[in-house]
Design a protein around this ligand. Structure first.
Ligand SMILES: Nc1ncnc2c1ncn2[C@@H]1O[C@H](COP(=O)(O)OP(=O)(O)OP(=O)(O)O)[C@@H](O)[C@H]1O
Ligand SMILES: [Mg+2]
Length: 276
């Protein structure tokens, strides 16, 4: 027999509905990523330390060695991946039994998905969205792309410790995060903070990469951040003209510069050890 609803009943109902919705979204993401063996996010709380550069070059180096690789630009507001890879095609769409799915662009043997590849996304027009819209766009990318079978999916994260990493950790099963730091102390502090956020949310930090390493900015922040997080230093990428110039031309330096390739391959070898 139906009785009148109490505030407690109402709260419980609301909670159950939210849990159910959360579970359904997790399932949707898992389904979309079911053909993806390794899922790795490249992250730092700090902007401009080389997250996109590291993600692109690791992905391109793996693709060159014959792996099937995807790259997801999770920077919804300021997506850079397409510029750094010289992609100007828009994303496709295909209908599947699960509904329409986004078809990635292809470049250097990789499948690439970015907000910048949506029609109407102009170079000069800023995307000014509040958190919920950013989260909803990210969920569309996580649960709505036709990746097919992949050996690796790299997720290039925006800076910050808010919506995007939180959403990713809540809805996706990941192998872990690579934390990028520059040699400067502020970057090291942000790297440690980012790593702790991942740990707090039960994610795994696979290791730290020190970028911009060398005479100009120094070195050592990578080791220190890795020690503080009890994870390995995966490697160091030197501040180099080749990395910058090839990026400006829309090509991954690892495909063009033997020195850059050596450094990125060394990071990959440490990463593979961590994934084993
Ligand atoms: N090792 C390097 N040597 C020279 N230039 C580099 C190196 N790493 C990155 N850069 C350059 O520095 C700039 C910032 O790098 P990148 O875009 O990868 O950083 P990011 O952390 O992804 O930035 P954001 O926080 O805006 O997403 C780019 O122009 C890139 O080409
Ligand atoms: Mg970036």
């Amino acid at each position: 027999m139906a009785g009148s609803i109490s505030a407690g009943d109402f709260e419980q109902l609301r909670k159950r509905q939210m849990e159910e919705q959360h579970r359904r979204q997790q399932e949707q993401v898992e389904k979309a990523l079911s053909g993806v063996k390794r899922r790795i996010a490249v992250y730092s709380g700090k902007g401009g330390v080389g997250k996109s550069t590291v993600a692109i070059n690791l992905a391109a180096a793996l693709a060159r060695r014959g792996s099937r690789v995807g790259l997801l630009d999770a920077d919804i507001d300021c997506p850079n991946i397409t510029k750094l890879l010289g992609i100007d095609a828009t994303l496709g769409v295909v209908s599947t039994p699960e509904g329409p799915r986004i078809v990635p662009a292809e470049r250097y043997g990789m499948k690439v998905v970015s907000m910048a590849s949506l029609p109407g996304n102009d170079d000069d027009d800023p995307t000014i969205w509040r958190g919920p819209l950013v989260t909803s766009a990210l969920m569309q990318f996580l649960g709505g792309v036709q990746w097919g079978a992949l050996d690796y999916l790299f997720i290039d994260m925006p800076p910050g410790t808010s919506d995007v990493p939180l959403t990713l950790l809540q809805f996706t099963r990941l192998d872990g995060f690579i934390i990028v730091t520059s040699p400067q102390t502020v970057s090291e502090l942000d790297a440690r903070k980012s790593g702790r956020m991942v740990h707090k949310l039960q994610g795994k930090v696979l290791g730290v990469v020190e970028n911009f390493s060398g005479e100009m900015f120094g070195t050592g922040a990578g080791e220190r951040a890795a020690r503080a997080l009890s994870v390995p230093l995966l490697g160091k990428i030197s501040l180099s003209r080749a990395v910058r110039e090839w990026a400006d031309r829309g090509e991954p330096a690892t495909l063009r510069s033997p020195e850059a390739e050596r450094e990125f391959i060394a990071v990959l070898e440490s990463l593979e050890k961590q994934l084993r």
